[in-house]
Design a protein around this ligand. Structure first.
Ligand SMILES: [Fe+2]
Length: 186
């Protein structure tokens, strides 16, 4: 699907991923993504505002296999959320395009085979034009749209994220790991 003004986003991302060092890449992407969102130079298609009834929607904006990054838009219906999940060891920068989302961060503190113990860390509400990041091994979080309107976020990954682990609460702070495929919606 055509994203009007996508060249502004791609030029920013190409410059950032050329920095080499993950900390520098992520820092430049976070600042750049905030600027791109606030500039109004990039317009997501109207279809990206459509939420899916039974899951948050993931739609591909851009993928560059040579440089090793991808950009995915997520559309969150009211109350939609992710389970606690990781990012498969891939760094990520996440910006809010429309509405606002709640982010709950977790730290992995103990592992017993397929059971994992997490402690809650920060939680915050991110509004339009703000961006945050995940750098492995600090890559565990939940996201939800607490509002009554659709929210849209843009995620820039350091690769093509097609699978991740989700963690379902088993007992107290202990969670059971499950593999999840990450599909794309139209
Ligand atoms: Fe995530």
């Amino acid at each position: 699907m055509q994203v009007a003004g996508a060249e502004n986003l791609i030029a920013m991302a190409e410059h950032a991923v050329g920095q080499g060092d993950v900390e520098k890449i992520v820092d430049e992407l976070r600042t750049g993504l905030c600027s791109v969102i606030r500039s109004g130079k990039v317009q997501l298609p109207e279809e990206f505002r459509h939420s899916c009834a039974d899951h948050y929607a993931r739609r591909l904006v851009h993928r560059d296999d040579r440089r090793g990054y991808s950009v995915v838009a997520m559309t969150w219906g009211p109350g939609q959320s992710t389970p606690l999940h990781d990012h498969g060891g891939v760094w990520c920068v996440e910006g809010v395009w429309e509405g606002s989302i709640d982010v709950l961060q977790f730290e992995l503190v103990e592992r017993d085979e397929e059971r994992f113990r997490f402690e809650k860390r920060n939680s915050f509400q991110a509004g339009k034009g703000s961006a945050g990041c995940l750098i492995p091994p600090h890559e565990y979080h939940r996201i939800c749209n607490p509002g009554e309107d659709v929210a849209i976020s843009l995620h820039i990954y350091g690769g093509d994220l097609t699978r991740c682990s989700v963690f379902e609460r088993a007992d107290g702070d202990w969670y059971q790991r499950r593999e999840k495929s990450l599909g794309l919606d139209l």
